[in-house]
Design a protein around this ligand. Structure first.
Ligand code: VGL
Ligand code: ZN
Length: 208
């Protein structure tokens, strides 16, 4: 059922950065297709926030930081199992910039995450140790924003963890499916849909 956004609603745009799009270091298939969708959606919201994956060079989630490891393998970190990624979204480099076709001017807030060398980051709310907050929940609470619509990359990683954390924190949460694309690594997309359904994340194909 399509839903109409109101003044207490926020559009949260996850990691729409060059490295996750065509030609990028961790390109998500068809990722570029969401730009016009998100630009159109943003015009319907009174409040828009963006997240930006923002890693220092040599970040612990990069396979290159673990000799003998390859991208898309896994290792054990103090906080649990970690997928290893190609070097991506390095602070200040072109790949970490927002995609040039993403219209960013209506964003009230940019949340950067993944900047601690030893902790990866997927969710807009908590780093991947699942307890270090980004501050976004405090922002939303202080601003009185109660419902979150989510768009961006990737459906099965940063979008998924953001949506589930948003529900856990008590926000009504709506995933706008055509505004997202997935990496789909070893069943991760199926797992994400199951996890989001279990957390009562609503899934819509458009706004009313
Ligand atoms: C992401 C893998 C590594 C994402 C970020 O934005 O989904 N995925 N860093
Ligand atoms: Zn990352």
């Amino acid at each position: 059922m399509p839903i109409q956004p109101g003044d207490d609603d926020l559009l949260l745009v996850i990691d729409v950065q060059s490295d996750f799009c065509a030609g990028g270091a961790l390109a998500v298939a068809d990722g570029d297709a969401i730009m016009p969708v998100i630009n159109r959606l943003a015009g319907r919201f009174s409040h828009v926030a963006l997240t930006q994956d923002w890693h220092p060079a040599g970040h612990s989630s990069f396979a290159s930081s673990h000799p003998g490891s390859a991208p898309f393998g896994t290792i054990e970190m103090p906080y649990g199992q970690q997928t290893l990624w190609p070097d991506h979204c390095i602070q200040g480099r072109s790949g970490s910039a927002f995609h040039p076709e993403l219209e960013t001017h209506r964003a009230e807030l940019v949340v950067r995450k993944g900047f601690r060398p030893a902790i990866d980051s997927y969710s807009a709310f908590y780093e991947y140790d699942r307890r270090t907050p980004t501050g976004l929940a405090g922002y939303l609470g202080e601003r009185g924003l109660k419902r979150i619509f989510i768009a961006g990359l990737a459906t099965d990683f940063c979008v998924y963890y953001s949506a589930v954390d948003a529900r856990q924190l008590g926000f009504d949460t709506v995933l706008i499916e055509p505004a997202c694309r997935a990496i789909d690594l070893a069943g991760s997309l199926d797992a994400a849909w199951t996890g989001m359904a279990a957390a009562s994340v609503q899934r819509v194909s458009d706004l009313a």
